[in-house]
Design a protein around this ligand. Structure first.
Ligand code: SAM
Length: 268
């Protein structure tokens, strides 16, 4: 863990109330220390908690933060994917790897990493010289991810509790940013996109996915999902426009079938 923290510290920042957002945190035994306040943020059970203590989750965010729901999601995802006519997980990974242009030695920020399924797949692709930071707000989902990290024995994954709307990440830190399966849970997407953009290196690539709709659809399903489950299915045409406005180029999307859409682009 210590070596991992040393490698990750230059990429991390302690948001507002936890420390100083502009300075690199110091690495101490088992955690990070804010150079200003001296406050130590320890890694507990494989997770570094950098979430603002004042964070207020939405209903759907709360729903996945119980041991039972996190376990169910982890266990059910592969079984539910065909019902939503999603591609197999293996081909989701292949597409993400291709659109991220992932290479050995790369560093990846995996936002909304949940139980760590994409995180571990990226970690395998980037190899021991690469680094993957898996970030999520939910303790229970991160606990699943930490368990999988322990089981697989990978040493290039750091799990961080943090918010996509206020990433505890240095500006320009990552050449690859992923947000797979998480878009529909983030209510203020323009703010999250601004954060993805901020933490990306020039030339950096983004891939993201979640429940979505194609441009021109009536939006009835979106409204229903929002009302019934607080899930914000994303209009992919709108999202492409937002990404282009934020400075992404070569933005493209696909919705192979069913309810889940995939989008990717590159910072100029
Ligand atoms: C449907 S799960 C996706 C997990 C995994 N990436 C997958 O594809 O199976 C969505 C995840 O987004 C996380 N999430 C929701 N809002 C978030 C936010 N503002 N910042 C970070 N993670 C968030 C949830 O806690 C949840 O683990």
């Amino acid at each position: 863990m210590q070596e991992l923290l040393e490698r990750a510290a230059p990429l991390l920042r302690l948001p507002g109330p936890l420390g100083s957002p502009d300075q690199m945190p110091e690495v101490v035994e088992g955690g990070l220390r804010c150079p200003d306040s001296g406050r130590v943020l320890p890694v507990r059970d494989g997770v570094l908690d950098l979430l603002d203590p004042g964070f207020a989750p939405t209903v759907s965010q709360k729903a996945l933060d119980f041991r039972l729901t996190a376990w169910l999601y982890d266990w059910l995802r592969p079984h539910l994917a065909p019902l939503f006519r999603m591609p197999s997980f293996a081909s989701e990974v292949e597409n993400a790897v291709e659109h991220l242009g992932l290479e050995r030695g790369d560093s990846v920020l995996d936002v909304a990493c949940g139980q760590g399924n994409f995180t571990l797949a990226f970690a395998e692709r980037v190899g021991p010289d690469g680094l993957v930071v898996g970030l999520d707000i939910a303790h229970a989902m991160l606990a699943r991810a930490a368990r999988h990290v322990r089981e697989t024995g990978v040493r290039n994954v750091l799990l961080v509790r943090g918010d996509a709307l206020a990433l505890p990440i240095a500006t320009g830190a990552f050449p690859r940013v992923a947000c797979s399966g998480g878009l529909h849970q983030i209510p203020d997407l323009p703010r999250a996109l601004a954060e993805f953009r901020r933490v990306s290196r020039p030339g950096g690539r983004l891939v993201a996915s979640g429940f979505a709709s194609l441009p021109g659809s009536t939006g009835a399903t979106r409204r229903l999902m929002r009302r019934a489950a607080d899930l914000h299915a994303v209009d992919l045409g709108w999202l492409r426009g937002e990404l282009e406005t934020a400075g992404y180029e070569d933005v493209a999307f696909e919705m192979p079938a069913g309810a889940v859409g995939y989008i990717w682009g590159r910072i100029a």
